[in-house]
Design a protein around this ligand. Structure first.
Ligand SMILES: [Zn+2]
Length: 60
């Protein structure tokens, strides 16, 4: 597993998330654990190293 820290684009809170480094490319939606607004994640790994990480606010 890979621990990555990011800042929520809605509330600015620093949050860390655990990512599965065996999955090469994934995208998913998860609510911010601080403000509970939806965030879209895009994650890429290569050989167990994080190569791409993006968090964006999903407008409702
Ligand atoms: Zn938030």
């Amino acid at each position: 597993m890979w621990e990555q820290e990011y800042f929520c684009p809605f509330c600015g809170a620093a949050v860390s998330v655990l990512l599965d480094s065996s999955i090469e490319k994934t995208s998913y939606i998860e609510d911010c654990e601080v403000c509970c607004r939806p965030l879209g994640f895009e994650v890429g790994f290569q050989n167990g190293n994080l190569t791409f990480f993006q968090v964006e606010a999903i407008e409702q």
